[in-house]
Design a protein around this ligand. Structure first.
Ligand code: FMN
Ligand code: SF4
Length: 523
């Protein structure tokens, strides 16, 4: 189908469906844990006057499981449902009842939602709804442009990758394009093995077509005819929704050969990682796609020159690719209107831990830790107080509350070794000793080390031993010196896992020194 015809058909479908009363059930990995599938089953059998639509989650994890009832042009959100107890008539009747929105307003009110805007309100299994709301129009427009023109828009946006390294996207695509080979590849990194991070899974579950559109545009610009979406094996809902979306895109001429009747062809395959933090490291990921062991490759050469099967390969994070359609549609300048000068745009933050409102949040880069934890997250749980926040995952460190005005910008949030990473923010309250958190972060790196290089293989477990000495009040002053020595040594490791594993040590030596010293043997 050619574009104009497809667009007209999609709009017609959307108009027809919009008139019907519907209940959108937010089914994702988190709500599944709370029994949303039981709720889905009940609604499908008992709410016959409504169309029941399975959608992704909108990020308000604290309010899950959630449904949105849509009738007569009005929407009503109902959350914190107990699927085993609630009856369908209770849910339907509550459409008419007044309810308190204050928590939801506080959670969503200050957010700036671009990349997550469709999640929870668009049917991920309905390509026409995505098209009717502007989806795939950026791909259509790009195919009328020269790839260099698309690169100019991206350069203007100053978009940097959102997987943790924050490399400029236009530069990466341009680099792959510059190596003259008969085949190039695009790889979307959806491994997301890091604890406390659930942004890419949310995007794949809630808006899979946005990612596919971003990937096809990447293929067009970088001159690649084949792409892979790499999904963590545990993310089965993501895999299912991406598989379905690929099938629909193929059916509608938006993937495969001669996309939208142009000369450009692009094929897409899904690959599942067997799990492990290091599988998300880009060269390890390439090894596993090729069927090799899950260990990193030496760089250079970088993947843009020699990646999959030694061909130029662009590897981008799922969130990065999901920004592309909006940047093309709105222009690079608009993207720069929020965020900071060096780091424009928004970022997804996985906000969790000991706070009132946990969830997935989209805010401009430069937002402070305090804004996330207090304004959006609602602060401490009853009778508790927050003492710190772990920012950026196990490759990073923690900030005590007195530093919560630190801005969330890449790469470094605080000079003690706190980096933005993939954007995880975990609030820690007074129930857990800080030393235990430090040990857990260090332990994660030790367990996930692939063992290929000596500093990381030997250094990360030694850090754990030394911290455990302190935890057991058997630490010696020399242990603190050795911790510092290991932290200074680790950056020579082969890949980012080992290179960053010392951050938790430098961070605690600078900001949590007294907690470490409490672990020194007194006699
Ligand atoms: C140990 C380790 C794990 C990583 N895991 C991920 C991951 O799960 N997803 C991801 O996109 N990037 C991950 N990265 C970063 C990737 O190597 C790479 O920089 C990124 O996929 C590039 O995409 P971007 O430029 O769009 O950010 C990881 C890096 C390291 C060192
Ligand atoms: S730094 Fe760690 S994870 Fe990376 S290659 Fe070396 S041993 Fe493996």
């Amino acid at each position: 189908m050619k574009w104009q015809k497809l667009l007209a058909y999609a709009k017609e479908q959307e108009t027809l469906l919009a008139k019907m009363p519907k209940i959108m059930v937010q089914v994702g990995h988190c709500s599944r844990g709370l029994g949303v599938e039981v709720l889905m089953e009940k609604l499908s059998h008992q709410a016959s006057s409504y169309r029941i639509v399975e959608v992704g989650c909108d990020g308000a994890c604290f309010n899950a499981p959630q449904i949105i009832i849509s009738k007569d042009g009005l929407n009503k959100r109902i959350g914190k449902i107990d699927p085993s107890k609630v009856t369908v008539s209770e849910l339907i009747d509550s459409f008419e009842e007044a309810s308190d929105h204050s928590e939801i307003d506080a959670f969503f009110g200050t957010q700036h939602r671009i990349v997550i805007e469709n999640c929870g309100s668009v049917d991920p299994g309905n390509i026409y709804q995505f098209i009717a709301r502007g989806g795939y129009s950026s791909l259509y427009n790009c195919l009328q442009m020269d790839p260099e023109e698309v690169l100019t828009v991206l350069e203007t946006s100053k978009l940097r990758g959102r997987g943790g390294a924050y490399f400029p996207v236009a530069l990466k695509w341009k680099s792959a394009r510059s190596f003259k080979r008969e085949q190039r590849y695009i790889v979307a990194n959806g491994e997301e093995g890091e604890p406390g991070i659930y942004k890419d899974r949310h995007l794949m579950e809630g808006d899979p077509h946005r990612i596919i559109e971003g990937m096809v545009i990447a293929g067009y610009v970088a001159g690649a005819a084949k792409g892979y979406i790499y999904i963590n094996a545990e993310a089965d809902i993501s895999k299912q929704r991406i598989d379905d979306a690929i099938a629909q895109a193929l059916e509608n001429g938006l993937l495969g050969s001669q996309i939208l009747g142009t000369g450009f062809s692009f094929d897409l395959e899904v690959r599942q990682g067997a799990g492990g933090y290091v599988c998300g490291e880009e060269t390890t990921l390439l090894n596993t796609i090729e069927g090799d062991r899950r260990v990193p490759r030496l760089r250079p050469p970088f993947p843009t020159e020699s990646g999959l099967w030694s061909r130029p390969t662009v590897i981008n994070n799922i969130e990065t690719l999901a920004f592309i359609p909006t940047i093309i549609a709105d222009g690079g300048e608009k993207f720069c209107q929020v965020g900071t000068n060096e780091s424009p745009g928004t970022k997804l933050f996985s906000l969790s831990g000991a706070i009132q409102r946990t969830g997935l949040v989209e805010m401009p880069l430069g937002t402070s830790v305090g804004q996330l934890i207090y304004d959006i997250g609602g602060g401490a749980l009853p009778d508790r107080s927050i003492v710190a926040a772990a920012v950026g995952g196990p490759s990073s460190g923690m900030l005590p509350t007195k530093l919560f005005d630190a801005q969330l910008v890449p790469p470094v949030v605080h000079s003690s070794g706190v980096v933005l990473g993939a954007g995880g923010v975990v609030a820690i309250d007074d129930r857990i000793p800080i030393l235990e958190v430090i040990r857990n972060l260090a332990m994660y790196n030790a367990v996930e080390s692939c063992g290929k290089c000596t500093p990381c293989r030997e250094g990360t477990p030694r850090i754990v031993t030394l911290i455990e000495n302190l935890l057991n009040k058997k630490g010696k002053k020399a242990d603190l010196t050795e911790l510092k020595f290991l932290a200074d040594l680790l950056p020579v490791s082969l890949c980012g896992l080992g290179q960053m594993a010392g951050n938790v040590v430098t961070n605690s030596l600078e900001l949590f020194k007294s907690e470490l010293e409490e672990g020194l043997k007194t006699s």
